[in-house]
Ligand binder design. Structure first.
Ligand code: PMV
Length: 339
């Protein structure tokens, strides 16, 4: 039996995607950093086909998962023309995450990244635009997944004055100042209960949001700023942009027609502590947030020893857990023996 496997990491957005049109076309540009330790491994087994329609069994962490299987079937129905393997074989798909659930790490990004890469490989696609196509197809599963196809920093979404970026797939940012070439992300787990409002519902609420137009303009402005910052290495500017972005994302949730709040008291305490460590102890640290209460602390790898000891002394007792991750090199194909 033939098996194909891919590992795809998750990513954390520095400039946030929030609001989309049909086909997961983003309302604004976004920029993310690909992670290293937080990834999904997906192995696809190719079996003999017995029916004409799509035949897929899906196992998550060794168990049948009907919820995920349903989502994947919807995705496969929508994308089947891009994946000839679906016409030729019945598939068993097995996925595992390296990180626990509900930690504020975007599991749909790594999951759809690994799935798109796996299905494209299993379909025998070998053209030079393999990554671009994988990014395009990952986007159709989960928007942010299109940024998980490359390592380092990635830009997704059209921007005036930039020739390359597209709304349909992400592109890597390659001009990076040495100070930003190795960054870390310490994820402060404030609360690990599953979130009550899905990202899809949140994106939807941007449709009639009073602040939508200005929010999309702000994000595009920040995306252009971030491209410059990553080139020039200005950490102070970087902190200012990513913290504005994190709080703007949550401000949109808190001010939408069906308002909701994902921040917890522990989130605010952690944010205040991070700002104190930056302002009083002059540490090069800042924070971002995903669509949840957990705080991502971003800092240069070169300062790791000092910063980790401060985080352990000042923040460890206030949070449930700290997960240490860093910028990663992107997906890789898993070497699996056929049997
Ligand atoms: O990819 P989705 O549809 O789950 O949306 C993710 C949105 C954020 O994670 C909140 C921001 C982002 O740009 O990743």
């Amino acid at each position: 039996m033939k098996k194909i496997g891919w590992r795809s990491p998750s990513n954390i957005a520095f400039v946030k995607y929030w609001g989309k049109g049909p086909g997961q076309i983003p309302c604004n540009a976004s920029i993310s950093m690909t992670l290293n330790a937080a990834y999904t491994d997906t192995v696809i087994e190719l079996h003999e086909k017995h029916r004409n329609d799509i035949e897929v069994s899906y196992f998550f962490e060794g168990k049948i998962n009907p919820d995920f299987e349903r989502k994947i079937l919807v995705y496969l129905e929508q994308t089947k023309d891009f994946y000839p393997v679906l016409r030729e074989h019945a598939l068993t798909i097995r996925s595992e995450n390296s990180f626990p659930h509900s930690t504020g790490i975007a599991s749909s990004a790594s999951a759809f990244g690994a799935l798109a890469l796996g299905l494209l490989s299993a379909s025998g696609y070998e053209e030079g635009d393999f990554n671009q196509r994988a990014s395009f197809l990952a986007r159709l599963g989960s928007g942010s997944a299109c940024r998980s196809i490359y390592g380092g920093y990635n830009l997704w979404g059209k921007l005036d004055g930039q020739s390359n970026p597209s709304d349909e797939y992400a592109v890597p940012l390659t001009e990076i100042h040495p100070d930003f070439q190795q960054m870390n992300d310490a994820i402060l787990i404030v609360d690990d209960t599953p979130k009550k409002v899905s990202s899809s519902a949140g994106h939807h609420l941007m449709k009639d949001h009073w602040y939508a137009k200005n929010r999309f303009a702000q994000a595009d402005f920040h995306a252009k700023e971030m491209i410059k910052i990553l080139k020039t290495g200005d950490f102070q500017q970087f902190s200012s942009v990513i913290e504005q972005e994190a709080l703007a994302l949550h401000a949109m949730m808190m001010t939408s027609a069906e308002a909701y709040m994902l921040l917890k008291p522990g989130t605010i305490r952690a944010i205040e502590e991070v700002r104190k460590l930056r302002n009083e102890y002059k540490l090069k640290i800042c924070f971002t947030l995903d669509a949840g209460p957990n705080v991502h602390v971003i800092y240069p790898k070169d300062d790791e020893k000092q910063i980790v000891s401060y985080l352990e002394d000042h923040l460890r007792s206030q949070v449930k857990e700290i997960i240490y991750d860093s910028m990663g090199n992107g997906p890789k194909q898993l070497m699996i023996e056929d049997n």
